[in-house]
Design a binder for this molecule. Structure first.
Ligand code: ATP
Length: 427
């Protein structure tokens, strides 16, 4: 069991905001001098920290585990303008978590010469509770489905096979150009949608015998979700009206559902069979497989320490603190294909055949030895052995061959001659 790894990243403040900030950071705890509230996390990154450090705190390991077959999900959470996109996507000057993860992923795959990999990527946004495909802009309002074979999935979402980090980042750029971004009072380029960047990593052992039909071992399939959430905001602060107001209310509602899901999970509802409202938003429904247990999860909570946003920051920190007590149990996802099953059964048959062969060899040896003993008896009998000597000789012969009969002289004789006769008959 692993709990969600939660880090906090603060964005740079203007000199004036810095002077009036009510927040103080000490090590991995942060406190508000006015509310006298205190929060502790796995790590707190100050405003001078670089994305590289944030990435290495946990995401790097999650990426490495994804290459080995474990699902992983990393998401940036926080109010609008707190630095989520800066953290996840970054810029040319300071690449974010997503480009770093993509480069690492390909690096690790190249190092693993024992396995063959197939990578696919998808990129979607949830805008006003509608799922749009950012790689195929004509695919809009996609639906979420669930079945036994695929679990929960977005029907019709394009999955591009990718063979290099450059290709992934090129597709990501294309996706970005399709994303809903709008100007608000607080952020000139505010993300008005949640985005889920997804890499699907499929791998299997490279076979020595690459013949068609000889096929390979079980296939590992893991999913790595890198999520940039839209920021929560109060309409009054963002100056939202019309379209922006509608967007804001959808964003806030889905973030509230995410908060409730995390709250329920932190109270143990997931493991105790209690109700967790994944269905109340598209975001939580898509992330259900990850939040519900089988994934390594990291949350990067982006905050601002400006006094004017103290309430929003406190809310973000409360959300993040709850997430600290959610535990997950990620496991390697292996699918046994028909070909792999056949190969496994073929191997089992070979092993059984070998066991039979060994039994036959030892039977033949046993027969030969018993035959020899029989001859020795007959010789000794001819030489006139007394009864006591004969009994001792027979006992030692039978013990050597594992016969357990101990029913006295006649029993020993019977067992011995019965077996010899049987062997002779078989021959
Ligand atoms: N750690 C940081 N260092 C330097 N600049 C930052 C940092 N964090 C955020 N910024 C800058 O602050 C601005 C807002 O950041 P960003 O767009 O990432 O916020 P956001 O949380 O994604 O906002 P929204 O939810 O509205 O989309 C950007 O210009 C970004 O470059």
């Amino acid at each position: 069991m692993d709990r969600i790894h939660v880090t906090v990243r603060t964005r740079p403040l203007s000199p004036e905001d810095d002077k009036t900030s009510p927040w103080r950071i000490s090590g991995n705890s942060i406190s508000n001098l006015i509310h006298s509230s205190k929060f502790e996390f796995d790590r707190i990154f100050g405003e001078t920290c670089k994305t590289q450090e944030v990435y290495e705190a946990r995401t790097k390991n999650i990426v490495a585990a994804a290459v080995c077959g474990f699902n992983g999900t990393v998401f940036a959470y926080g109010q609008t303008n707190s630095g989520k996109t800066h953290t996840m996507r970054g810029s040319t000057a300071e690449p974010g978590v997503i480009p770093r993860a993509v480069h690492d992923l390909f690096g690790l795959i190249q190092e693993d010469t024992d396995r063959g990999f197939l990578l696919r990527m998808s990129y979607m946004e949830i805008y006003n509770e509608e799922i749009n495909d950012l790689l195929a802009p004509e695919r809009r309002k996609l639906q979420i489905h669930e079945n036994l074979e695929r679990g929960i999935f977005v029907a019709g979402l394009k999955e591009e096979i990718v063979a290099s980090p450059e290709k992934v980042l090129e597709l990501m750029e294309f996706g970005e150009s399709q994303r809903h971004i709008g100007e608000t009072k607080m952020n000139l380029y505010s993300s008005r949608s949640h985005t889920i960047f997804r890499m699907i990593i499929e791998s299997r052992n490279r076979c020595e015998d690459e013949d068609v039909g000889s096929s390979c071992d079980a296939v590992r399939v893991s999913v790595l979700n890198l999520v940039d959430l839209a920021g929560s905001a109060r309409a009054a602060k963002t100056g939202a009206e019309g379209v922006r107001l509608k967007e804001g209310s959808h964003i806030n509602r889905s973030l509230m559902t995410l908060g409730t899901v995390i709250k329920k999970l932190s109270e143990g509802a997931g493991s105790q069979g209690g109700h967790v409202p994944y269905w109340d938003s598209k975001l939580t429904r898509i992330l259900q497989p990850a939040l519900g247990g089988n994934a390594n999860i990291a949350i990067i909570c982006n905050i601002t320490l400006a006094q004017i946003h103290a309430d929003e920051t406190k809310n973000s920190l409360k959300f993040a603190r709850r997430a600290l007590s959610v535990t997950n149990c990620a496991h390697v996802n292996e699918i046994v294909t028909d070909a792999a099953l056949l190969k496994f059964q073929k191997k089992e048959i070979e092993e059984l055949k070998y066991k039979i062969y060994l039994l036959e060899v030892s039977n033949a040896e046993l027969k030969a030895e018993l035959q020899e003993s029989k001859l020795a008896f007959e010789q000794l009998a001819q030489q006139g052995l007394d009864a006591q000597e004969e009994k001792m000789l027979m006992q030692s012969t039978l013990v050597v061959h594992g016969f357990t009969s101990s029913s006295g002289d006649s029993g020993l004789h019977t067992a011995k001659y019965y077996d010899l006769e049987q062997f002779n008959e078989e021959e």
